[in-house]
Design a protein around this ligand. Structure first.
Ligand code: ZN
Length: 347
């Protein structure tokens, strides 16, 4: 049972007012921006710094553990977020996509999860506050909650279809720990993103409401699924309409799609969600499909032209970018959607 009797976080009224006036802008990709910095193992661990910057240690290599950078290279993460904010983003995502005990088990850093989320939210908050001080426009911090690397709906073992690598309760507890940290660090919203398994997302929603009860206030929730193949279904087999009906009980601030296929392939699925959802809609596609080297070559103007098409069709309230999108992409997207009014939510 989700508790709707809690007071809403004070940012919700401001967000609703802004969203009624114009299409809001979410920031771009953190992961592909971090890759361009070519950081070494020592950069990731923070070792070799004047004094170690965190007290969590692990025998696993940490190169590629992007979330750890909020503790070891917070200035670099903040600078990326600040640059996105100055490019036009209203909402900045925390660098916490994999900051659950389940995802951090790969790096032996389960014990660092609370610190990663508190620091992740604080770093984004600093970037948001700096941008607001610079130009007077409010910025909001969305605590990013990823899908984890396990699925509660599907067996990873073809010989044992009933097997599950993770349970609803495992996910609920891990997400709750993450969301508690994000709220403590100052997140304004909770963004449950890149959902390939709706059962994982339902565990995250349930955990969010438990965290809200502990915090004594309800933060706006953004829910974003991902469609990974041309059939237009999530990995756990749902159409966009079924996906909306599975998460509508959370009364999210936004629902939509991110990542995976580029904007063009996302368009019909976003149109379907826009036709049924009584929440605002949010779309943040990748910069096209990755090339053979895993790099994204779709330029800012190209991505922006496609996202402007969503705005022209009236199917979006919030837009941004996922993998491969840079501050230049976000600037181009913000400029290209500015002439169009936000989608009208069906009554
Ligand atoms: Zn992505």
């Amino acid at each position: 049972m989700l508790n709707f009797s809690l007071p809403d976080a004070s940012c919700l009224a401001t967000l609703r007012t802004l969203a009624a006036e114009r299409i809001l802008i979410l920031d771009g990709a953190m992961g592909t921006m971090i890759q361009t910095l070519n950081m070494t193992e020592e950069d990731f661990t923070g070792h070799g710094h004047a004094g170690c910057r965190h007290h969590h240690h692990s025998d696993h290599p940490q190169k590629g553990n992007n979330d750890l950078l909020v503790l070891t290279q917070p200035e670099a993460v903040e600078e990326i977020q600040f640059t996105f904010a100055m490019a036009g983003a209203d909402i900045l995502e925390t660098n916490t996509f994999s900051s659950t005990t389940i995802a951090q088990a790969d790096y032996g850093l389960e014990a660092a999860v609370h610190d990663l989320n508190v620091a992740g939210a604080r770093v984004a908050r600093r970037a948001a506050d700096r941008a607001e001080a610079r130009d007077g426009r409010p910025r909001f911090v969305a605590g990013a909650v990823g899908p984890t690397n396990r699925t509660a709906s599907i067996s990873p073992d073809v010989n044992d279809p009933g097997y599950r690598a993770v349970s609803f309760d495992d996910l609920r507890l891990a997400y709750g720990q993450q969301i508690d940290g994000l709220i403590e660090g100052g997140a304004d919203l909770i963004l449950i993103e890149t959902i390939f398994d709706t059962l994982n997302a339902k565990a995250a929603i349930f955990a969010a409401f438990e965290s809200f009860t502990r915090a004594g206030r309800r933060l706006p929730i953004m829910i974003s699924g991902t469609i990974t193949d041309a059939s237009g279904r999530t990995l756990s087999g749902q159409t966009p309409t079924a996906f909306w009906h599975s998460v509508a009980h959370a009364r999210p601030f936004t629902v939509g799609l991110n990542c995976a296929l580029g904007a063009e392939a996302m368009r019909p699925h976003m149109a379907e969600i826009a036709g049924v959802a009584t929440a605002l809609t949010c779309a943040y596609p990748n910069a096209g499909l990755p090339n053979a080297f895993g790099e994204y070559d779709e330029g800012p103007e190209d991505t922006a032209r496609q996202v402007a098409g969503f705005a022209r069709e009236g199917i979006v309230n919030v837009v941004g970018g996922c993998c491969g999108t840079t501050p230049d992409h976000i600037r181009a997207i913000a400029e290209s959607v500015a002439p169009f009014p936000p989608r009208k939510v069906p009554a």
